[in-house]
Design a protein around this ligand. Structure first.
Ligand SMILES: Nc1ncnc2c1ncn2[C@@H]1O[C@H](COP(=O)(O)OP(=O)(O)O)[C@@H](O)[C@H]1O
Ligand SMILES: Cc1ncc(COP(=O)(O)OP(=O)(O)O)c(N)n1
Length: 279
C-alpha cells in the first residue's frame, strides 16, 4: 500500500491542452512519471493540437474558487505550480486562492505564448502576474522571451541571462530560472539564481527534435513534484533538469507539428534509493 507520505500530492493550476502535449496534461504526466500525485485546478480550456491553438476559453472565476475549495478540503498539497492563466481576472483569482490557502512551495511558470505563437496571457494578465502572483512564488521559471519581457531588456548572451535573472529577482521573487531552450548553439544553458546563493548554470546537449511541445510545463511540473517530495529547492531543480534531459532524447512522433514529449517513467540515477515503487 502506498500512502500520502510516500506519494505526496502536487497541484497544477493550468490550462488544458486538448492535444495532450502541454498544459495540465503535461503536468499530470510529468508528476506521475516523477512519482507525485497530481490534483488540478483548470484555469481554462484550449482547443489545441501540435499545429497550434485554435481556441482558448478561460474558466469562470467561481469555478476556479470551487476547484481550489474541493482540492484543499481533501488533499495535503505539498507543492503547486501555475501554467497558462489567460488574463488578469484569472491571475488575480488564482493569487487570491494561493494567499487564502497559504500555499507553500509555489512554482510560477509565467506562460505567455505557445510555441505556435498563440497568446496564453494578455498584457493586463502579465502586469497582474508581475504584481500579484510573482510575490507569492517560491520559484519563477521564465523562458528567454518571457525573461526579456519581465526584465525589460533584450537577451542575446549568457551575461544577459544573468542580468535578466537578477532584475527578475529584484521584482520580488526569491528564486529564478532563466530557461535557455530558445537559445542558439549545441548546448542549452539554463541560469539558476537562488536566494542568498551565487547563480549557477545547468547545461544540456541540445536535442534536435520537433517533439518539444510542453518543455517548459514539464520542467516546472518536475520541479514541483520533487518539492512535494520534500527535496530542497536546489535538489528539486537539479533533478527536474535531469528528468528533462532524459526524456527529451526519447521523442514521440505524434501529430503533424510540434510533437509531444514522452514523459515515461523515471528513476533518478543520482537518487540513493528508497523512493521507488512497484506499479
Ligand atoms: N532542444 C532541446 N534540447 C534539450 N533540452 C531542451 C531543448 N529545448 C528545451 N530544453 C530544456 O527544456 C526546458 C524548458 O525550456 P524552454 O524550452 O526554454 O521553455 P518553454 O517551453 O517555456 O519555452 C529547459 O530546461 C531547457 O533547457
Ligand atoms: C494550455 C497550455 N498551457 C501551456 C502551454 C505552453 O506550454 P510550454 O511548456 O511553454 O510549451 P510550448 O507550447 O511552448 O511548446 C500551452 N501550449 N498550452
Amino acid at each position: 500500500m502506498i500512502d500520502a507520505n510516500q506519494y505526496p500530492t502536487g497541484l497544477t493550476i493550468a490550462g488544458s491542452d486538448s492535444g495532450g502535449g502541454a498544459g495540465m496534461q503535461a503536468d499530470i504526466k510529468t508528476m506521475q512519471a516523477c512519482k507525485t500525485y497530481s490534483a488540478v485546478v483548470v484555469a481554462g480550456l484550449t482547443a489545441q493540437n501540435t499545429l497550434g491553438v485554435q481556441g482558448a476559453y478561460p474558466t469562470d472565476l467561481a469555478v476556479i474558487d470551487q476547484q481550489f475549495a474541493s482540492v484543499m478540503a481533501d488533499f495535503d498539497v505539498r507543492a503547486a505550480k501555475t501554467g497558462a492563466l489567460f488574463d488578469e481576472a484569472r491571475v488575480l483569482q488564482v493569487a487570491k486562492n494561493i494567499r487564502h490557502y497559504q500555499q507553500k512551495n509555489l512554482v510560477v511558470d509565467p506562460v505567455m505564448v505557445a510555441k505556435g505563437g498563440a497568446s496564453l496571457l494578455d498584457s493586463a494578465g502579465i502586469a497582474a502576474l508581475k504584481n500579484h502572483l510573482l510575490p507569492l512564488a517560491t520559484l519563477l521559471t521564465p523562458n528567454l522571451p518571457e525573461a526579456e519581457l519581465l526584465a525589460d531588456m533584450k537577451i542575446s548572451t549568457r551575461d544577459d541571462m544573468v542580468t535578466a535573472g537578477q532584475k527578475i529577482q529584484a521584482l520580488g521573487v526569491p528564486n529564478v530560472i532563466v530557461k535557455g531552450g530558445h537559445g542558439e548553439g549545441a548546448v542549452i544553458y539554463d541560469y539558476v539564481l537562488l536566494e542568498n546563493e551565487v547563480g549557477f548554470w545547468l547545461e544540456g546537449q541540445k536535442v534536435e527534435t520537433s517533439s518539444k511541445h510542453g518543455t517548459g510545463d514539464t520542467l516546472s511540473a518536475a520541479i514541483t513534484s520533487f518539492l512535494a517530495q520534500g527535496d530542497s529547492l536546489r535538489k528539486a531543480i537539479e533533478k527536474g533538469h535531469r528528468y528533462m534531459n532524459a526524456i527529451i532524447g526519447q521523442p514521440l512522433v505524434i501529430g503533424h507539428g510540434h510533437g509531444p514529449l514522452n514523459h515515461g517513467q523515471w528513476s533518478d540515477p543520482a537518487d540513493e534509493g528508497g523512493k521507488d515503487y512497484e506499479f
